[in-house]
Ligand binder design. Structure first.
Ligand code: FES
Length: 190
């Protein structure tokens, strides 16, 4: 089983990647806070809607990079997976999974946890997911653990490159929030 000392099984982000991710995250958060007072004064209902929805421009996210944005107080990771990450998730038999359900708010509750269902509705190598461990709510580390996905250092749960739990104690796959592309590179979460 993986331990907190395990090295990442996928490549580490470069310094350039880190700077990009930080810049993108702050830009998104800054925009949200700048809009908030105006929206709040205009209409309380509109203010509630602004809190419920987060937009993120993913146009500059390259393969192998992620951005993390805050949505309803929780981190949501938007990852553009590598071909190897995609293949690993796609080739995993459903019988190997702890949780057989997609846990994707964009699909029926009984949708199976295929990689295509985890990635929907964006599809392909995109994965949009609430980056919160389904055991007790810690924040798992990305691109760590035996399956190249996420590793939760709190009690050792391991998730694969589709965010599906592969080693407990976490009982469920990490949740895919409701989201859609409102423009070719603009993602609206919530
Ligand atoms: Fe993640 Fe316990 S909170 S394994």
């Amino acid at each position: 089983m993986a331990t907190p000392a395990d090295p990442p099984s996928a490549e580490k982000p470069t310094r350039r990647d880190f700077l990009f991710v930080a810049t993108g995250t702050f830009a998104a958060v800054g925009g949200a806070f700048a809009l908030w007072p105006l929206v709040d004064q205009m209409n309380p209902d509109a203010g509630a809607m602004a809190l419920a929805t987060t937009e993120v421009d993913v146009g500059a996210v390259e393969e192998g990079q992620s951005v993390v944005v805050k949505w309803r107080g929780r981190p949501v990771v938007v990852r553009r997976r590598t071909a190897a990450e995609l293949a690993a998730a796609d080739e995993t038999p459903l019988a190997d999974l702890i949780d057989p359900l997609a846990r994707n708010a964009n699909l029926p509750p009984d949708a199976p946890a295929t990689d295509a269902n985890r990635a929907a509705p964006a599809g392909g190598n995109w994965l949009v997911m609430v980056q919160v461990c389904t055991h007790l709510g810690c924040i798992p580390l990305g691109q760590h653990g035996d399956y190249g996905g996420w590793f939760c250092p709190c009690h050792g749960s391991v998730y694969d490159t589709a965010g599906r739990v592969r080693v407990g104690p976490a009982p469920e796959n990490m949740a895919v929030p409701p989201y859609r592309f409102v423009k070719p590179t603009l993602l609206s979460i919530g």
